[in-house]
Ligand binder design. Structure first.
Ligand code: DGL
Length: 259
């Protein structure tokens, strides 16, 4: 199969898929949302690795030409594991996100909004310290923001209120904020409004853009005869189709993958 696999626990990876389609409009993608096991951010490392392994088997059986783990939590827990397991190139979003943040920051101080698992794994911290040993990273786990976005409330007052509450918990001297969960670009307006309200100059980094650049360097992007996306999920396909349609602005069909 000539498609590129894109994997997340839910709708968050659609923010990465959107960016991929914008950059590579003639490519073919397969999106898999492991909605039966969402949220990953509240799971143990072992559990996330187990789910990621299952997703890897699914994509391997399809024979995708590359896999983008469009989930920070799964990237942190299982990037190396999936690289070993799969016969195609595998990319995560944390390396690209850290690279983009490093390039954006003038003072080497970063805010990170992510799932609790991503914060606990300290993967962004490690990547940023590899780039700049003096980097200072303030991290905040935001479980309620994932759930709000899954419920379609990312740009709603509720999503904005939740984002502001979490941002209030971070110290104020960073100049770069990483949206370290692929769900959070769907709540980006609330985050931008927060900095505007407090008259702070903070660059908000969405790792998706750099992920596209890294993918372009890794594989040959093609003009497919039949470009587009095939969607799968492990939970209820109707529920996922409804949520995804709102985010993508188009009706989609979703197939169910048995656990
Ligand atoms: N979208 C995922 C991430 O980037 C995780 C959301 C979740 O399942 O907790 O980390």
């Amino acid at each position: 199969m000539e498609a590129i696999g894109v994997y997340d626990s839910g709708v968050g990876g659609l923010t990465v898929l959107k960016e991929l389609r914008k950059n590579f409009p003639k490519e073919k993608f397969v999106y898999f949302a492991d909605t039966a096991h969402l949220p990953y951010g509240a799971k143990s490392l072992d559990q996330i690795q187990f789910y990621a392994k299952g997703a890897g088997d699914f994509f391997e059986n399809l024979g995708v030409k590359a896999l983008v783990i469009a989930c920070n939590t799964a990237t942190g827990a299982a990037l190396d594991l999936l690289k070993d397991q799969m016969s195609c190139p595998v990319l995560g979003v944390i390396g690209p996100g850290a690279k983009a943040a490093y390039q954006a920051s003038k003072i080497g101080k970063y805010g990170l909004l992510a799932t609790q698992a991503t914060v606990d794994q300290g993967f962004y911290e490690k990547q940023l310290k590899d780039l700049d040993p003096g980097a200072k990273i303030y991290s905040q786990g935001c479980p309620q923001l994932v759930l709000a976005v899954e419920d379609g409330l990312g740009s709603h007052y509720i999503g904005k209120k939740i984002a502001w509450e979490y941002l209030d918990l971070l110290p104020g001297d960073y100049d770069t904020l990483i949206l370290g969960c692929t769900h959070f670009p769907l709540a980006r307006q609330g985050v931008e409004d927060y900095f505007a309200f407090y008259k702070r100059k903070v660059t908000v980094v969405d790792p998706a853009e750099q992920t596209c650049l890294d993918l372009k360097e890794t594989i040959q992007i093609k003009n497919q005869a039949k470009p587009g996306v095939t969607y799968y999920c492990s939970g209820d396909p109707k529920v996922f189709a409804q949520k995804a349609a709102k985010i993508l602005g188009e009706k989609i069909r979703v197939k169910r993958v048995k656990e």
